[in-house]
Design a protein around this ligand. Structure first.
Ligand SMILES: [Zn+2]
Ligand SMILES: [Zn+2]
Length: 338
């Protein structure tokens, strides 16, 4: 067991870093492999890597990190999804889909979902590559700094990014390999191609860019991005990808915005489970629909029977419904045939 109040090497989190990335750097800074470091500090009973620690870190983990790195607990908490509680989702729950949070779908310590995104240029510019908490959010589909699309899997082998596994089964490997290598094939993630995105001058794009910057700055100056607006955006993303709830909505928005009508995966798959290119496209459409002119745009869509009014409030609990109704009141859909 390591003793002493702080670890011999005790790095602080980098700007926007998530807990799992930070913990791995702490192990490496102390010359240990992650598994060894965790067993020595937390024992065999307290498992770290069979859960999504960035989504939910147990208190003993938060407290130990705070104490052993001399970092205030309030800063430690900001390396987890607790930072976004009350803005992107109401309350953090342990299981099930958390709104806007990309799931890892852990199975025997293996990620089965593409829940960790990265910007190759950010990783390349880091003096020590690290992973950001904001990269786990479903609307974070491009880097607001480099204006390139994020990646959600290894460019070479297409496996999910899983940096905590990089050292597993590599007994002879030098300790502390940087995190920007694919755990499966060794490809350097920072060398993944930069896919530039169409930089639009639209207000929707400007808001999206601002949202991502705000998230990167740990919500400093979150301004217009309050809970109700983020909830509306999420409801619209859900409706656009749905074949049954609002089947005409996607083509309607495309017609108005001049966007192509792309084929979306036809399944009940949650928005957060969808691949990055699909999410990127859908958020673009949903943001246009939910901008500062949302009341007028949605009302028109309802009147033209492209959007059933009741679906906007679908599956919401009472407090969520109240949050949406605070934005504006939508007219009821007219009954009858088209
Ligand atoms: Zn970047
Ligand atoms: Zn790979």
């Amino acid at each position: 067991m390591l003793t002493g109040r702080v670890w011999p090497a005790h790095p602080h989190p980098y700007s926007g870093e998530c807990l799992s990335s930070w913990l791995i750097r702490c192990a490496h800074a102390n010359g240990m492999k992650v598994q060894t470091f965790c067993v020595r500090n937390f024992g065999h009973e307290r498992q770290i890597w069979n859960r999504d620690v960035d989504r939910h870190a147990p208190e003993w983990l938060l407290n130990t990190l705070s104490e052993k790195t001399a970092t205030p607990l309030t800063e430690v908490v900001k390396t987890t999804m607790l930072l976004f509680e009350g803005l992107f989702f109401t309350k953090k729950h342990l299981s099930g889909q958390l709104r806007w949070v990309l799931p890892l779908s852990l199975y025997h310590r293996t990620f089965r979902n593409f829940g960790v995104q990265f910007c190759p240029q950010c990783l390349a510019e880091d003096s020590e590559p690290y992973f950001r908490l904001s990269w786990r959010l479903a609307f974070y589909t491009f880097c607001p700094k480099h204006h390139i699309l994020m990646h959600d899997r290894c460019h070479s082998c297409k496996m999910p990014v899983s940096y905590h596994r990089a050292e597993l089964g590599k007994a002879n490997q030098m300790e502390g390999e940087p995190m920007d290598h694919c755990w499966y094939c060794g490809f350097k993630l920072s060398e993944a191609p930069s896919v530039s995105m169409v930089k639009e001058c639209s207000p929707a794009f400007a808001q999206w860019n601002e949202l991502l910057s705000v998230v990167d700055q740990q919500l400093t100056g979150s301004g217009v991005f309050h809970y109700g607006r983020m909830l509306l955006l999420h409801q619209l993303c859900r409706l656009i990808v749905s074949q049954s709830l609002a089947p005409d909505l996607q083509s309607y928005v495309c017609e108005l915005t001049g966007q192509p009508v792309l084929d979306l995966i036809k399944s009940r798959m949650a928005f957060e489970h969808r691949a990055i290119d699909e999410r990127h496209y859908v958020i673009g459409l949903a943001l246009w629909l939910s901008d500062s002119d949302a009341e007028h745009k949605l009302t028109t869509a309802i009147q033209r029977r492209k959007l059933p009014s009741n679906q906007v409030y679908r599956d919401l609990n009472e407090s969520e419904r109240v949050a949406l109704e605070k934005l504006f009141t939508l007219p009821a859909s007219k009954r009858g045939n088209k």
